[in-house]
Design a protein around this ligand. Structure first.
Ligand code: 9MR
Ligand code: ZN
Length: 565
């Protein structure tokens, strides 16, 4: 990776390059965000805003009035007083708010704040999220393992040769050096390993996007090798992962927990990583996740490829039979591995699997099992969730089902749980001392940027039950935060928006001599709001991962769908 001919506006590149030079290449965020004078005082979504939705910026400087000016000629189109200040609880910064929601005319603009300066430029338009959606979804293709990939973006070529073509060895399963085909799928993250549990939430969230926004997603052309065939590209990309997942199922129906090297590898392109990779023994969460994913796949691929749908359904049935015979949680034996653990209890995974299996087959005993599991968790819907707790996915499927036979009282209880969760997200985002309107409130943990995007699933599920502008607007607040209305005044997505991450913890980006591979959401600040480091070694805050990107794919698909008044 070289510094930084990145896909942002030239003026911004200049500033960034100077800062990098003066800090020895360590980047913008080495100091606390607000101590660093290179952080712009005006923090807003540098991608832009939808015409008929609220538009706000946070200003970390004393000020009274602001103006919105046209980028092209500086003409003033709106002027108003700022609101505030309030002290942001997470950063202890005094923040004013500029609200320019009244401006609905599409165009490119910036904010001018007397005595403070000018903001990054941003667009207003119904299509502002179209390209970001494509870039972030195509990033899944660029994550493909077992094949050569190539992408061009703003004059740069991102490419690697076929990698990990020898996946993988069964030593830890069979006790001898035996080979089994485990090629394909996506690399998990900044590392090149492959983990079924994290595939679960990733594929589950992407299928949720397919279910919720299909009219838009059907049309999407991703420029992948399959583009032009009879199957929508969005499904074809999912199929790349599913074909690998099918290989992770053992003959008895159980599912190997992961396929990895024994240690994390170096920062080289994937075809140069030559250490042997192994299947680990099975785990029940992985098995349930595979059942859920293949059950979902069976119904969504049915119209396009019935033979593939049949293969998926057969895998789901086999996993189900195995799980019924092994009702207790079974953690995979990962002795000898120092790669990602993704250890998690299986109750939520089994609930999700039952939901998808029932939705696909309509079988009565699956519904009974599902409803018993929903009762066991008191129909609780989580306001934020990730790979370790996927029951929300099952609950959304249960609620959205058109099938008959559900217990109406339980359906009602889930609805109430959902509304409570969504309302708590709205309340957190709008708390007076939440200066950036971060819908995740003061929760900062590993991968919280992904969770922030994933909250949009909860908000949209609630919106389907009880439509409220607040659910849509809060969903957009999540994007505002991720694309620059945050303590850093920077985008958290490589290649998109103003001052995106330049040093993601990504072995491809570290292993080639081009700018960071585009379209990847980095994990984000934790344990504190100010802990993000745009440095390659910071795997805790600056790694990329399929589960975070999938959530952003959903949030961006949802945003395109929210452009109507
Ligand atoms: O996203 C995972 C996070 O929730 C965990 O706290 C963390 C530590 O176990 O692991 C994260 O997942 C990493 C995985 O273990 C290996 N590949 C990279 C993932 C993203 O950092
Ligand atoms: Zn690979």
């Amino acid at each position: 990776m070289q510094i930084p001919r990145i896909g942002i506006r030239p003026a911004i590149v200049l500033v960034t390059a100077q800062v990098l030079a003066s800090t020895g290449g360590l980047g913008l965020a080495t100091a606390r965000a607000d101590d660093d004078e290179s952080v712009p005082a005006i923090r807003l979504n540098s991608i832009g805003y939808l015409p008929n939705r609220p538009k706000q910026a946070s200003i970390a400087a004393k000020c009274e009035r602001f103006a919105v000016v046209r980028f092209r000629d500086g003409a003033k189109v709106l002027e108003a007083a700022v609101a505030g200040p309030v002290e942001d609880v997470d950063t202890r910064t005094m923040l004013d708010t500029a609200d320019f929601s009244a401006l609905t005319e599409p165009g490119e603009y910036r904010l001018e704040v007397p005595g403070v300066g000018r903001s990054d430029s941003f667009r207003i338009g119904a299509d502002v999220y179209r390209e970001p959606f494509l870039v972030v979804t195509r990033a899944m293709y660029l994550w493909r393992c077992g094949t050569a990939v190539r992408g061009e973006s703003r004059g740069n070529v991102f490419a690697h040769a076929a990698c990990h073509t020898e996946d993988a060895w069964l030593d830890f399963v069979a006790g001898k050096h035996e080979h089994r085909d485990g090629t394909g799928g996506w690399h998990d993250a900044g590392d090149y390993n492959k983990y079924v549990v994290n595939a679960g939430v990733t594929v589950g969230v992407m299928f949720r996007a397919w279910e919720d926004f299909q009219p838009t997603l059907r049309q999407v052309r991703l420029e992948i090798p399959e583009s032009g065939n009879a199957t929508p590209d969005f499904l074809d990309e999912l199929r790349w992962e599913l074909e690998w997942l099918l290989k992770m199922q053992a003959p008895d129906g159980s599912v190997y927990h992961k396929l990895t090297t024994r240690m994390f590898g170096a920062f080289v392109l994937p075809e140069l990583e030559k250490s042997e990779r192994y299947f680990t023994p099975w785990g029940s969460a992985a098995t349930a996740d595979l059942m859920a994913m293949t059950a979902q796949a069976a119904r969504h691929f049915r119209p396009f490829d019935p033979a593939f749908a049949d293969r998926c359904l057969a895998a789901a049935r086999k996993a189900r039979a195995f799980l019924e015979a092994h009702p207790k949680n079974h953690a995979a034996d990962q002795k000898g591995f120092f790669t990602g653990g993704y250890e998690t209890g299986d109750a939520d995974d089994r609930l999700w699997a039952a939901a998808e299996f029932w939705e696909t087959t309509g079988e009565a005993d699956a519904l009974r099992d599902l409803e018993a599991r929903i009762r066991a968790v008191e129909a609780r819907v989580d306001a934020d969730f990730d790979w370790g707790e996927v029951k929300n996915l099952g609950l959304f499927t249960y609620l959205g089902s058109k099938r008959t036979g559900r217990d109406p009282a339980l359906v009602d209880q889930v609805k109430k749980g959902l509304i409570a969760a969504a309302d708590s997200i709205v309340a957190d985002g709008r708390a007076k001392d939440n200066g950036y309107r971060r819908p995740l409130g003061s929760r900062y943990y590993w991968g919280c940027n992904g969770s922030l995007a994933r909250q949009v699933l909860v908000l949209r599920a609630a919106h389907r039950v009880e439509p409220k502008p607040a659910y849509l607007n809060t969903s957009l607040d999540a994007l505002n935060y991720l694309f620059g209305r945050n303590p850093y005044g920077r985008s958290f997505v490589t290649g998109l928006g103003a001052r995106p991450p330049l040093h993601p913890h990504d072995r491809r980006s570290g292993g080639d001599d081009v700018e960071p591979w585009p379209g990847y959401l980095v994990g984000g600040a934790h344990p504190r709001a100010t802990s993000w480091k745009d440095e390659q070694p910071s795997y805790q805050t600056n790694e990329i991962a399929i589960n975070w990107n999938a959530a952003l794919i959903y949030a961006l698909a949802a945003a395109q769908d929210a452009k109507a008044p």
